[in-house]
Design a protein around this ligand. Structure first.
Ligand SMILES: [Zn+2]
Length: 242
C-alpha cells in the first residue's frame, strides 16, 4: 500500500500504477477549457491531446513533463486511463445493486464509479448505456479520479478495499453487447473491410461511401479508434489519411 497520506493526489495515483493525465476542471464559468461556458462536458474531458499515449504512472514524469503536470497544466484535474488492469462501471443513476465491494468513488451528484479487475480473455471496450444510465469505461477510455479540486471522493479507496473481480452478470452483459455490436458492424458494412486502404470497383463509390458512413455512425462508441479516410478521385481509392 502507498506510503502517501493523501488518497487523491498525483503521488498516490502514481504509486498505485494509475496512468494519469491532466484533465479540465469545473470553473465558475463552466469549464477550464477555451469553450468555458459553452463546454458540453465541463470538467469531464482531457486537457491534452494524445492523452492515451502521454498518460503516465511515473511521478517524476508527471510532475516534470510540460505535457503533463509540469507546466501550464500544473493545477489541472486528474484523469485516469481505464483498460490497464482495471475497467470502470460508471453509474449516473446512483448506487448499483449486485456489485461486490471494490474501489469505489462518488461525485456530488451521485455519479458512482466502480473499479474492477480487467478480466483475462475479454477485451473490454467503452460502452454507452450498457444499462440505461450506466456506461462502461474500458480500453482507451478514462475517468476523472477523486482529487482536491473536483467533487469526487473515494467511498472505498484503493487503501481501503481490494480491487474485485467483476461479477459474472456484468461481464455477460458486456460480452453480449460487444458480440451484438460486432454483428451489427459487420451487417451494416456489408462485410466490407474498412481497416485498410480499399480500391473501389467501378461504379461502387457512392454505395461504398454510404456504407462507410453508416458504419461510422454505428461505431460511434469507438470514435477514439477511428482512422480518417478520404476518397481519391484520381485513383478511385479510399485512403487512410495519416
Ligand atoms: Zn471543457
Amino acid at each position: 500500500m502507498p506510503n502517501t497520506e493523501s488518497t487523491n493526489d498525483l503521488a498516490y495515483y502514481a504509486e498505485l500504477g494509475f496512468r494519469v493525465f491532466p484533465n479540465h476542471y469545473r470553473t465558475d464559468a463552466g469549464c477550464s477549457c477555451k469553450d468555458a461556458r459553452s463546454c458540453e462536458k465541463p470538467g469531464k474531458h482531457p486537457a491534452i491531446k494524445g492523452y492515451q499515449n502521454l498518460a503516465s504512472s511515473e511521478f517524476k514524469n508527471l510532475t516534470l513533463s510540460r505535457n503533463l503536470f509540469g507546466g501550464k497544466f500544473r493545477n489541472h484535474d486528474i484523469g485516469g486511463l481505464t483498460g490497464f488492469g482495471f475497467f470502470v462501471v460508471d453509474s449516473d443513476k446512483g448506487e448499483l445493486e449486485g456489485l461486490p465491494e471494490t474501489w469505489k468513488s462518488k461525485s456530488a451528484n451521485r455519479g458512482f464509479h466502480y473499479f474492477f479487475k480487467a478480466p483475462s480473455g475479454i477485451s473490454i471496450r467503452n460502452i454507452k448505456d450498457l444499462i440505461p444510465g450506466v456506461d462502461i469505461k474500458g480500453q482507451r477510455g478514462y475517468v476523472v479520479l477523486p482529487s482536491e479540486i473536483n467533487n469526487r471522493e473515494w467511498i472505498n479507496s484503493p487503501h481501503e478495499a481490494e480491487l474485485a473481480d467483476a461479477p459474472t452478470w456484468i461481464l455477460e452483459k458486456i460480452q453480449h453487447h460487444q458480440t451484438t455490436q460486432e454483428q451489427v458492424y459487420s451487417e451494416i458494412s456489408g462485410g466490407f473491410d474498412f481497416t485498410s486502404a480499399t480500391i473501389l470497383e467501378e461504379g461502387t463509390r457512392n454505395e461504398t461511401l454510404f456504407k462507410y458512413g453508416c458504419y461510422l455512425r454505428a461505431c460511434a462508441d469507438r470514435l477514439a479508434t477511428f482512422r480518417i479516410w478520404r476518397f481519391s478521385e484520381r485513383s478511385n481509392r479510399l485512403l487512410i489519411a495519416h
